[in-house]
Design a protein around this ligand. Structure first.
Ligand code: ZN
Length: 140
């Protein structure tokens, strides 16, 4: 790439196998137009998107999709949500078991389940970002 200018505000080359990381702005030579687009290119062959101006090429090079995975939830947060989900399940298990008892023995559990109407489950699930991330296929 001739007609290049070294630019200090460029991010390093994103190629993990690049040993030199020496990106520069230059004309794209393989395009047959009167005014060739500019782009940032590294010695290793990694190149940024085309742009009409040097500033545009630099911005395009420096604006990248993140290659880092989303930060994981803190372990304590995951544990707290698992405990809350487990507690809700235990409450439903215990009341479901007791509501089947005949007469006054099962009455408190039947009333508790009737009064709850699923609110306990909704509340725990609505306040569970870890569960929401898992349901969206993300790693918690
Ligand atoms: Zn490189």
């Amino acid at each position: 790439m001739a007609d290049t200018v070294s630019v200090t505000q460029l991010k390093p080359c994103p190629n993990p196998w690049c040993e030199q990381s020496d990106p520069v702005v230059g004309e794209r030579r393989d395009v047959w137009r009167a005014k060739r687009p500019l782009r940032v290119q590294c010695q290793c062959g990694m190149a940024g998107p085309d742009a009409d101006t040097e500033a545009g090429a630099i911005t395009a090079w420096n604006t990248r999709a993140s290659t880092q995975p989303a930060p994981a939830f803190p372990r304590e947060e995951v544990a707290a949500e698992v405990r809350a989900l487990r507690d809700a399940l235990l409450w439903y298990r215990d009341n479901a078991a007791m509501c089947r008892k005949i007469g006054s023995i099962g009455e408190p559990a039947r009333k508790a389940l009737d009064a709850d109407g699923g609110k306990r489950a909704d509340e725990v699930m609505d306040n569970s970002p870890v569960l929401a991330a898992l349901l969206q296929g993300k790693q918690p």
